[in-house]
Ligand binder design. Structure first.
Ligand SMILES: Cc1cc2nc3c(=O)[nH]c(=O)nc-3n(C[C@H](O)[C@H](O)[C@H](O)COP(=O)(O)OP(=O)(O)OC[C@H]3O[C@@H](n4cnc5c(N)ncnc54)[C@H](O)[C@@H]3O)c2cc1C
Length: 451
């Protein structure tokens, strides 16, 4: 087993997208499942904490430990078959190869070109298309996993969990907070953030690639007009015969539009929606423009894309936003404070109002189809950072009171444990700790993550 201890190399593995810095004594980069198992057994025997690190796009410091060894999945990146890949493969590279063969793997976190397939499984990542297709979970058929004691297993939905899984009721919104209340082992591992096993290989469910996708970047003069339009666009979720059948509904507030001003038209918009619709060759433009006009959108400013190049341009705009936020955060050197809450439909207007009142520069954007928005505070001083943290916590409490979740997609990691406890209560956290103790009595794997 080759360990790397050179601080110059280790350093690059000790920071994630939250700008959290960590510490580790050694890095290992196994090339096979057998090597992973040998490393796990060594760490168990020696009592060395072991943290899985993939591409470190985590926003919650999940892959950033304060001590022990780091196990990078970067060399576990072989594509065995279209629906069977090493966990370390970059998700976007995997999807490009799948799509080149006319097939489709729906999960599309905005970070898909930077994050790994295994990271998306470990965090049950979502993306814009999750509005129609759900998060990563339903698209995973089987995984190969190395358990905390070094046992290698292939796990699917017929595999029972080796440990009793505490019951609990997840909030009835999109959520990635806490262990999934499953009795099958596959669903427990998905979203467990690398705390119950190291996923080395992933078998997926694929769909035929949608024939055509229409995208609309629509601008609204007021929030009220956007919300009215949103209600009509979302009606198709319950009624598949409704004329508007979006696969994603993404929101940009005015402050977000200002941040990407060089890429979008100069409008008087208060906010915008990026909408994608799959179709079989006849883009349903009339139905969408009809609804936009009826709800008072700034229709002349609408950007329409109905080919791959146009779609890629709009995705680049969408991606530019979190990337711009991360750049600002990295420049100022303070840690990112960003929400990942989802709330029930009825609570959306209240949360939007609360997201306006930040007292400092901020932007709000995200997956409004699921009432799941990212409010990113942009503090420039330690005092503003502290204020942002306090405001964040007040918003988290309110989201939970309204029946929502503290994390809809980014997970808990090391930074959001207190928020998880606030949401589920200390007895639930203690039940999960007890499960972890059964799985990993020396607390080797992912120490400090989730609970
Ligand atoms: C600009 C930007 C946009 C983002 N957009 C989204 C988004 O739209 N949706 C979304 O859900 N998230 C998003 N994220 C968060 C992040 O990209 C996802 O959580 C992603 O799934 C993490 O993958 P990774 O390969 O970078 O994993 P890492 O960050 O390296 O690790 C994340 C966690 O997963 C564990 N892990 C990783 N691989 C394995 C494995 N093989 N086995 C077991 N455990 C493992 C690690 O131990 C750690 O706990 C975004 C992040 C950024 C920076």
């Amino acid at each position: 087993m080759k360990t790397v201890t050179d601080p110059a190399i280790l350093d690059a593995y000790l920071v994630d997208a939250s700008n959290t810095r960590g510490s580790a004594e050694a890095l290992v980069r196994p090339e096979s499942t057998e090597e992973v198992a040998a490393i796990v057994r060594h760490c168990q025997a020696a009592g060395i904490p072991l943290t899985v690190t993939a591409r470190r796009t985590s926003t919650t410091a999940a892959p950033i430990p304060d001590s022990g060894w780091l196990l990078s999945t970067e060399k576990l990146n072989v594509l065995h078959a279209l629906d069977d890949a090493g966990a370390g493969i970059v998700l976007g590279d995997y999807q490009d190869q799948v799509e080149a063969a006319g097939m489709f793997f729906p999960p599309d976190p905005t970070s898909r070109n930077e994050c790994s397939l295994g990271g998306a499984v470990a965090c049950n990542a979502s993306g814009a298309r999750s509005y129609r297709y759900g998060p990563t979970r339903p698209w995973i058929r089987q995984v190969e996993v190395v358990l905390p004691d070094g046992t290698v297993m292939r796990v699917d939905r017929a595999t029972p969990s080796p440990w009793p899984v505490p019951e609990w009721q997840e909030p009835k919104v999109k959520t990635a907070a806490g262990y999934f209340p499953a009795t099958n082992f596959l669903d427990l591992l998905i979203g467990a953030e690398g705390t119950l096993g190291i996923i080395t290989r992933v078998w997926t469910h694929l769909l035929p690639l949608p024939a055509h996708v229409l995208a609309l970047f629509a601008f609204f003069p007021t929030r009220a007009s956007m919300l009215e339009f949103l209600a009509e666009a979302r009606a198709g979720r319950q009624d598949r015969s409704a004329p508007l059948q979006p696969r994603c509904l993404e929101y940009f507030d005015r402050r977000s539009l200002d941040l990407i001003r060089s890429r979008v038209p100069l409008t008087n918009a208060d906010c915008a929606l990026l909408i994608e619709v799959e179709h079989d060759g006849e883009p349903p433009l009339e139905a969408w423009f009809d609804a936009l006009v009826r709800h008072g959108a700034l229709v002349d400013d609408t950007i329409v894309a109905d080919d791959d190049a146009g779609l890629a341009r709009l995705h680049a705009i969408r991606h530019a936003l979190p990337a711009a936020v991360n750049e600002i955060i990295a420049r100022t050197g303070v840690r990112k404070v960003g929400t990942d809450f989802a709330v029930p439909d009825a609570a959306l207007p209240e949360m939007l109002d609360r997201y306006d009142d930040t007292g400092m520069p901020a932007v709000c954007f995200g997956h409004i189809g699921d009432n799941h928005l990212h409010l990113n505070f942009l503090p420039t001083t330690p005092a503003e950072w502290k204020d942002a943290k306090d405001r964040y916590m007040a918003l988290a409490r309110r989201a939970v009171e309204l029946g929502g979740t503290v994390s809809a997609e980014h997970g808990i990691g090391r930074l959001k444990r207190a928020h998880l406890e606030m949401m589920v209560g200390s007895a639930q956290v203690e039940a999960w700790r007890a499960m972890r103790r059964l799985a990993d009595p020396r607390a080797i794997l992912g120490r400090g993550v989730m609970v």
